[in-house]
Design a protein around this ligand. Structure first.
Ligand code: SAH
Length: 365
């Protein structure tokens, strides 16, 4: 197997380079390229061609390789299917927005949580990702931004030249708080090496209570998002098996402890799910007007923002997307009750950007 240079310490990288009969300073040059996300050695323009060829034969830059890259028609969303060294595949998504360049990263290959609406968990959990692997997802996106963004593409407000990753959301495949140590290791590096501020980082969880307390112990002022998807335990347990272990009240208590500590607004994710009846009509599942009232009561007085996410179709799953009217009615009730909420803009639906779809479909091919 080829040596992955990104995973070597600086001293190890130096030894690797001098063992090839090359001068030490090349190691620093190569490290610089690795931190820019160079996918191969041929991209390393200040390294002599002979050394690049030598390295290409014996080494690999990052612990991930791009298998597929899909760009949405509007050019704002780029989705990557990446292969790890043991052939597992993961996804990450780069979103160019008006507030910055945001990357949604996976924390696990597959997922063990079993949520009934989600594609990521259909093939079960394969394994946790390492810190290096998660970090590489950001570097792949960073390379893409620096090397393919043209002037026509959307740029963050006030900074027309910014082609750097500015925001991270740990909302891809996997449950980050089942891989907390590596996720924290990754975020520490993203903050340290890429200068991404804590306040531009969001970790999303299905509600692993001890994991939320691990984040509290860690102490960094990141944003926390809770995938709630139901206002009561009975309903929630029908779509999220984890609710049998950690009840809504305990999850929200832990989330409050987190956000109070850092004085942050809590993000609540709420997928809007429908079902097809025997006539093929869509009936509302968790987004009836009554549930909107229940959700308002549950969240009353909390410093939170509810992200309403119309369900992205997953063929294998027995749900349907509610109509636009139903989505707006649900939102209107929350607003009337004084709950901050917005409907999440769908990005990249033309490239199968719903969680885990690309990976799943590639396995089926
Ligand atoms: N395990 C973490 C992070 C990954 S899921 C969590 O549960 O938060 C990221 C978000 O996407 C979650 O809110 C999840 O419920 C949602 N999601 C999963 N499948 C979806 C689908 N098909 N359509 C819309 N949102 C989906």
């Amino acid at each position: 197997m080829k040596q992955i240079l990104f995973s070597l310490t600086d001293a190890e990288l130096q030894k690797f380079i001098t063992d090839l009969g090359e001068p030490k300073f090349r190691a620093a040059q190569i490290r610089d390229w690795l931190l820019r996300g160079a996918p191969d050695f041929m991209s390393m323009k200040n390294i002599p061609l002979a050394l690049r060829e030598k390295l290409e034969a014996v080494a690999q830059t990052l612990p991930v390789k791009i298998v597929k890259k899909l760009v949405s028609a509007d050019g704002e969303t780029t989705k990557f299917l990446l292969e790890l060294n043991d052939s597992e595949q993961i996804e990450c998504v780069l979103m160019r927005t008006t507030y910055g360049n945001s990357v949604c990263v996976s924390s696990q290959a597959g997922c063990a949580m079993g949520c009934k609406f989600c594609a990521s968990t259909l093939l079960g959990l394969k394994r946790n990702l390492t810190t290096d692997e998660i970090f590489s997802e950001i570097l792949v996106a960073q390379w893409e931004l620096r090397n393919t963004t043209d002037d026509k593409q959307i740029k963050p407000n006030g900074d027309p030249n910014n082609n750097d990753v500015s925001h991270i959301v740990v909302m891809g495949t996997g449950e980050p708080l089942q891989n907390t140590e590596n996720v924290i290791g990754f975020l520490e590096r993203a903050n340290h090496d890429l200068n991404i501020s804590w306040r531009r980082i969001t970790v999303s969880t299905c509600g692993i209570v001890p994991g939320i307390y691990d984040l509290i112990k860690w102490g960094r002022p990141i944003n926390l998002a809770i995938s709630l998807h139901a206002p009561d335990d009975n309903l929630r347990s029908t779509v999220m098996p984890i609710n049998n272990k950690y009840k809504i009240a305990d999850v929200l208590k832990a989330a409050d402890d987190f956000t109070n500590l850092h004085n942050r607004q809590l993000m609540i994710e709420y997928i809007l799910l429908g079902k097809k009846d025997e006539n093929g009509e869509t009936i509302l599942y968790n987004c009836t007007p009554e549930y909107a009232e229940d959700l308002s009561k549950l969240l009353h007085g909390k410093n939170c923002m509810v992200n309403l996410i119309p369900w992205n179709t997953v063929d294998e799953r027995d749900f349907a997307s509610p109509s636009g009217n139903a989505v707006h009615r649900f939102q209107d009730i929350l607003i009337k009750n004084g709950i901050h909420c917005r409907i999440r803009r769908e990005r990249g639906t033309d490239i199968g950007s719903a969680c885990g779809q690309l990976r799943l479909n590639n396995k089926k091919d």
